[in-house]
Design a protein around this ligand. Structure first.
Ligand code: SDX
Length: 433
């Protein structure tokens, strides 16, 4: 990474105001380094939503939105989804390389050592209402981890960060499954370290103490793939939240809890739950046109959930993969003629023929099909974003580690364009009209 050319800011008369370095990365758009802009010109930049702003340097994930490309460590998401496991992809995100057989075994063993929670955390769950949204339990329990693991919250110590990383990766499935069990009124199922990461999670979610849990291979494979597809995604809203929280040197469990809160929003990770609610509301193909018109109506705040993306102006590669998986899993579960799946495909077909969506490059995103698969697996819509969080926590903690190792790390503190009142004198309450 180096600056090999400059651009110049000039005023209306053509007078040069300052020269700014252009920095090239490995791939993707170069950046203009504006760190000295205010000092040299007295100007801030303005970019709400950061559509044109790079907030950091990162080597974990590369997205080319125009061409529907997603890579982790240089590997195409299509190959990772088809040929690797979630823990292999987790290793890749954390270490920068795919593991050898021995490295994979050691990594899996380390994760397995941290799957259990401090038993007192069960009391924490019991303080919640049974009908609480599982995301609220996930936020609370994850933040509470920092009250149990004081030995690994020294964020400036590499070994502490490593232990916290394993704890987040290993405990998130346990917390998520406990949140699910608690809302169902079923007893918690302890982790079974004789199982793989995904099987363990499925058994903790659906296993019962009164019978042996039977796995459905297609369902395990599909969930493994869903976890891989949701692992990391550059500087999305929740990842940026984790980085911002971590920039103040807050503990990693609190940072991840902040990320879960951001992910919960329907414009972000909550969209998979919102897609199912939207499909349920549409109900039949005959009503699709009505909802397409609502989505296009500027006076109606309804948007087509699962469509559009800040970065992808082409098909989200994850959506393409999940559409195929959806067919496979529903077929294996005998649900491929499900009204929901048929309706979703018809909605996609009609939307992609409509110039409003075509002109704005609004294609299905990762959330459009994931919910249908999860519903077929037996998860309620309230658990969809929880599963997204279980997968994304490795991306959050990998990005947090990358930031904590970055020698250029500084506390995030954006400026603003002030549009409030100028100086005025205080008026006592007796004189106010
Ligand atoms: C995720 O960032 C990530 O990487 C996120 C994610 C990840 O893995 O972390 O990929 C996961 O969050 C996927 C996105 C899930 N959200 C949804 O499916 C909710 C529905 N989508 C929209 O809310 C929206 O598309 C966003 C939030 C995803 C993107 O919003 P942008 O980039 O701010 O887009 P925009 O508001 O600038 O929209 C551009 C135009 C506008 O119309 P005009 O003003 O140009 O006339 O497109 C319209 C928008 O009104 N538009 C939509 C629409 N999305 C955008 N119109 C109808 N339905 C939609 N879904």
């Amino acid at each position: 990474m180096g600056a090999n050319k400059k651009v110049y800011l000039v005023d209306e008369s053509g007078e040069r105001m300052c020269g700014l370095d252009v920095i090239e990365g490995t791939e993707g758009p170069p950046v203009i380094d504006i760190q000295k802009l205010y000092k040299e010109t007295g100007y801030f930049t303005y970019d709400p939503g950061f559509t044109s702003t790079a907030s950091c340097v990162s080597a974990l994930t590369y997205i080319d939105g125009e061409n529907g490309i997603l890579r982790h460590g240089g590997y195409a998401i299509e190959e990772l989804a088809e040929q690797s496991t979630f823990l292999e992809v987790s290793y890749l995100l954390l270490k920068g390389e795919l593991p050898t057989l021995e490295e994979k075994r050691d990594f899996e063993d380390m994760v397995l050592q941290h799957t259990m929670l401090h038993d007192q955390l069960q009391n924490f769950f019991r303080g919640f209402r049974r009908d609480a949204h599982p995301m609220s339990l996930l936020i609370g329990a994850t933040g509470a981890l920092s009250s149990f693991y004081h030995d690994s919250i020294n964020v400036n110590d590499e070994r502490s960060r490593e232990i916290s990383t394993y704890r987040v990766l290993a405990k998130m499935p346990t917390i998520a499954a406990m949140a699910f069990k608690y809302t169902k009124g079923e007893p918690f199922t302890y982790p079974d370290n004789g199982l793989g990461y995904v099987e363990n999670f499925q058994k903790m979610c659906f296993g019962l103490p009164v019978e042996e849990y039977k796995f459905i291979p297609e369902s395990v494979k599909a969930l493994e793939q869903i976890f891989i597809l949701h692992a990391d995604h550059e500087q999305n809203a929740s990842t940026s939240t984790v980085r911002t929280a971590g920039s103040s040197e807050a503990n990693p469990f609190g940072c991840v809890a902040a990320g879960i809160s951001s992910l919960w929003g329907p414009a972000h990770g909550g969209a998979n739950e919102a897609v199912l609610k939207m499909l349920d509301e549409i109900g039949t193909s005959s009503r699709i046109k009505e909802y397409i018109e609502k989505a296009k109506d500027k006076d109606d705040n309804f948007r087509l959930m699962g469509f559009g993306h800040r970065v992808y102006k082409n098909y989200d590669p994850r959506a393409s993969i999940l559409k195929g998986t959806c067919k496979e899993v529903l077929g294996a579960l005998g649900k491929d003629k499900e009204d929901l799946f048929v309706l979703a495909q018809e909605l996609e077909r009609i939307a992609l023929e409509d110039e409003y969506f075509v002109d704005r490059k609004l294609f299905p995103n990762v959330d459009f099909y994931s919910g249908i698969i999860l519903k077929a697996m037996g998860y309620p819509t309230s658990m969809f974003t929880v599963l997204f969080a279980v997968a994304r926590c490795v991306g959050w903690i990998a990005q947090w580690n990358e930031m904590m190792r970055d020698s250029d790390r500084r506390i995030s503190r954006p400026r603003q364009l002030y549009t409030g009142e100028r100086l005025r004198s205080f008026v006592s309450i007796e004189e106010r009209k």
